[in-house]
Design a protein around this ligand. Structure first.
Ligand SMILES: CCCCCCCCCC/C=C\CCCCC/C=C/C(=O)SCCNC(=O)CCNC(=O)[C@H](O)C(C)(C)COP(=O)(O)OP(=O)(O)OC[C@H]1O[C@@H](n2cnc3c(N)ncnc32)[C@H](O)[C@@H]1OP(=O)(O)O
Ligand SMILES: Cc1cc2nc3c(=O)[nH]c(=O)nc-3n(C[C@H](O)[C@H](O)[C@H](O)COP(=O)(O)OP(=O)(O)OC[C@H]3O[C@@H](n4cnc5c(N)ncnc54)[C@H](O)[C@@H]3O)c2cc1C
Length: 680
């Protein structure tokens, strides 16, 4: 079936010429209308076309070019990203892109870690979330007009995860109605905040509030760091870049120290906790309400896991269609490497996961906006669920996406190791997502604690109703149930798939709870008992999060069916959902076998069904990655170019290598010539 209308994307960066014949053939053989799936992913035809207009504008603009990025020094990369920021601002004015959504679309199309990411992603949201109406009125217009540039300075040299251990102090001076910010130790130095080093003029600093020697906990303060006239650091402030990193070269992650810096009282963000002029402190309505920006960003990160993984899979699948190695029998044509089962087994579960995470992103966005609506009405009841769910999903999605990018890279063979494949930098820039906004393991503890608590409550009070995604914790009878998927066909039943994931999650929670009790019975207090089950807590959090992802995928397909989505689209989504469900059972088979939920009676048909699903996806693989609709600019990969002219593009891009500027090697005269021409 051909697509219902043609994509409007330019083929930029790739070497022009007739498209690769294999890709053309694959595209012609898709079983579903690609364009319709693109509309589904991006929220309709109108929205897709809007995004394409922005993507085209960016892709054809030389300021946003990416192909030279591998040949620039760190400082040049930083300067180039500032040039992009300036141009981004010019385009907002020129094309009237004043809504937050338009600007987000533009940044996404630019597709670089710009040093204003923290300004829009955390600084402004913290003012919105934590500032009083007056503070918002004062700071937001300046921030939104980029009259000030801000960041979010929480982590210190000595502490990141343990926020209560932060050492930066804000002491209230009643006599002047000021806070005095100070970094009393080396380890109190703020360390890591993005755009802090060189770009930001302001930041929200998280510091422990002290009033008349009384510790009041960590709170957010607005602090000006640099002069708005000449960008020099203000008195008492030591600030700079933290130096080379694994990647992320465009971002000036920074350090910051305070030497008794005074700020006015109204620079503490006081929406929830207040300090009155006389030093009276009013506590916030929820002790963790000042952590809300992190919850927001975790939700955002979950939303970007799909597109990041989708990029890697697009590159690897297109390349695997173009790349040929070995004929099956002598005299026959060589095979596209995507025809090999092992290649499909590596890539198609990731393709399925990219779609699964798309629906997870929709789910968390909805949950987050419900949560914000509640917060505005002073209802914080959803905060624990929001915090725990987003912490778990952030961990699972970023772990899988990170490992998935590396799998895609390795599946491209030698060319995957070339930076021109786009995959090494995609990986290197993405993996800190497993660390920032909460180390994934630490985040898993948060979700596991929440699940253990609810499980304990459900055990203590039979009949208690728990929220939707955790309601399975009420049903301890589920533990006695076993899998009955004894045929390949039965494994395609979503109810059975969900049953397996629920059963695994409940088992792991129950097991953890039992071990906790056992450790306490051995004489440990609760704190030490928790320490003794921490590895299992990570497994609990992952198991629950897998269930949430699958549940959302299954529900999304049901909703699409109910709303009249066409059969070919439903069929292909269902195949992807099945592969997601079965692949991750296969990947963690030990969990399911350990308690006898599955036996070899079920595993044989499971493996067989997975092989069938790989075969079913094969003819649609290119169409499924095309549906993500990335421009060549967004992929930044010689292997993933839409026209499939992989070798031509690789060859042309390699010519830009600075070593190729001269025919004779730099250093030849000093180091090679002497021994080549030396007398024997
Ligand atoms: C229009 C849309 C625009 C969108 C724009 C987006 C643009 C984006 C541009 C993107 C650009 C770049 C992207 C990348 C940027 C990366 C930037 C990175 C930034 C950072 O990393 S900031 C620093 C982040 N730091 C952390 O995440 C620290 C992690 N640690 C913690 O969160 C906590 O300390 C903790 C959870 C580990 C433990 O907290 P602690 O204070 O010690 O408390 P406990 O005693 O353990 O727990 C007490 C109880 O409180 C519960 N709790 C903890 N946290 C929360 C929370 N946030 N909410 C609710 N409840 C919470 C905890 O569970 C305990 O509960 P219990 O007592 O058990 O019931
Ligand atoms: C690229 C990047 C950008 C960043 N941007 C910002 C920013 O803009 N603003 C900002 O404030 N911060 C930022 N950070 C800091 C980031 O938020 C922290 O690094 C992160 O929260 C992890 O904290 P940590 O470094 O203290 O790790 P640690 O907590 O020291 O973790 C080290 C190891 O110890 C383990 N561990 C820690 N605690 C426990 C425990 N209780 N039990 C068992 N194991 C434990 C962890 O699992 C991990 O394996 C950024 C970091 C990076 C890498």
């Amino acid at each position: 079936m051909s697509s219902s209308s043609k994509p409007n994307l330019p083929v930029t960066n790739a070497v022009n010429g007739p498209p690769n014949a294999d890709l053309v053939r694959e595209r012609g053989a898709a079983s579903f209308p690609v364009r319709d799936l693109t509309y589904l992913v991006y929220g309709g035809q109108e929205r897709t076309e809007h995004l394409e207009r922005i993507a085209n504008m960016v892709a054809s603009d030389p300021v946003f070019r990416k192909t030279d990025r591998f040949f620039l020094s760190r400082t040049e990369q930083y300067r180039r990203s500032l040039e992009k920021v300036r141009h981004y601002k010019e385009l907002i004015a020129k094309h009237n892109l004043h809504s937050e959504l338009d600007q987000q679309d533009l940044r996404q199309a630019i597709d670089e870690d710009l040093p204003i990411g923290l300004h829009v992603g955390m600084f402004i949201p913290t003012i919105v979330g934590q500032g009083t109406d007056e503070q918002q009125k004062k700071w937001l217009p300046l921030a939104r007009a980029y009259k000030i540039i801000g960041t979010y300075a929480q982590t210190e040299l000595g502490h990141g995860s343990f926020i209560r251990g932060l050492e930066t102090v804000a002491t209230y001076d009643k006599s002047t109605q000021e806070f005095v910010l100070n970094s009393p130790t080396l380890t109190a130095t703020k360390w890591w905040p993005g755009a802090l080093g060189k770009t930001s003029t302001h930041c929200v600093v998280f510091a422990r509030l002290v009033i008349s020697d009384r510790e009041c906990g960590v709170h957010p303060f607005m602090v000006q760091l640099r002069s708005l006239e000449n960008h020099e650091p203000l008195k008492g402030i030591t600030v700079g870049d933290i130096g080379p990193k694994f990647a992320y070269e465009t971002m000036d992650n920074g350090f910051l120290r305070f030497d008794h810096v005074r700020i006015p009282r109204d620079h503490m963000l006081m929406r929830f906790a207040q300090v009155a002029a006389d030093g009276t402190y009013s506590t916030p309505p929820h002790s963790k309400v000042s952590y809300a920006t992190m919850v927001f960003m975790r939700a955002y990160i979950i939303g970007t896991a799909s597109s990041t993984l989708a990029k890697a899979v697009t590159i690897a699948v297109r390349y695997s269609c173009v790349r040929k190695q070995f004929p099956l029998r002598s005299g026959e044509p060589e095979q596209q490497i995507l025809n090999y089962q092992n290649q499909q087994a590596a890539l198609f579960p990731l393709l399925a996961t990219a779609y699964a995470f798309h629906f997870t992103g929709n789910y968390i966005r909805q949950m987050y906006s419900d949560f914000v609506r509640g917060m505005r009405a002073q209802d914080f009841s959803v905060l624990p669920e929001m915090h725990a769910t987003s912490a778990g999903l952030k961990s699972l999605t970023t772990w899988i996406a990170s490992a998935g990018i590396e799998t895609c890279r390795a599946s491209c063979g030698g060319h995957g190791y070339s930076k021109l494949s786009g995959l090494p930098s995609l990986y290197a820039n993405y993996i800190p997502a497993c660390t920032y906004e909460g180390d994934n393991t630490v985040m898993c503890f948060q979700l596991a604690r929440y699940l253990l608590k609810l499980y304990g409550k459900a055990q203590a009070k039979p009949g208690l109703r728990l929220p939707g995604n955790v309601s399975y914790l009420e049903k301890s009878t589920l533990l006695d149930e076993r899998c009955d998927a004894s045929t390949e066909e039965l494994w395609l039943d979503p109810a059975r798939q969900l049953h397996a994931y629920r059963n695994r999650a409940l088992r792991l929670v129950a097991n953890c709870a039992n071990r906790l009790v056992a450790e306490m019975q051995k004489g440990k207090d609760e704190v030490l008992a928790v320490e003794a089950i921490k590895s299992d807590m990570v497994k609990v959090a992952k198991a629950h999060s897998y269930y949430v992802v699958l549940n959302n995928f299954v529900n999304a397909i049901e909703q699409l069916r109910a709303s009249g989505t066409s059969t070919p689209i439903l069929r292909v989504l269902k195949t992807l959902c099945d592969l997601f469900a079965l692949h991750f059972i296969q990947a963690d088979l030990g969990d399911f076998l350990e308690y006898g939920y599955l036996s070899s009676l079920h595993t044989e048909p499971l493996h067989a069904q997975i092989r069938r699903l790989l075969e079913a996806i094969r003819p649609d693989a290119v169409a499924l990655v095309d549906a993500f609709n990335f421009t060549d600019h967004a992929l930044g990969s010689a292997l993933g170019v839409h026209n499939g002219r992989v070798y031509e593009t690789l060859f042309e891009w390699a010519q830009q290598e600075p070593l190729n500027k001269t025919q004779v090697a730099p250093g030849y005269h000093e180091y090679i010539k002497p021994f080549l021409l030396a007398k024997m």
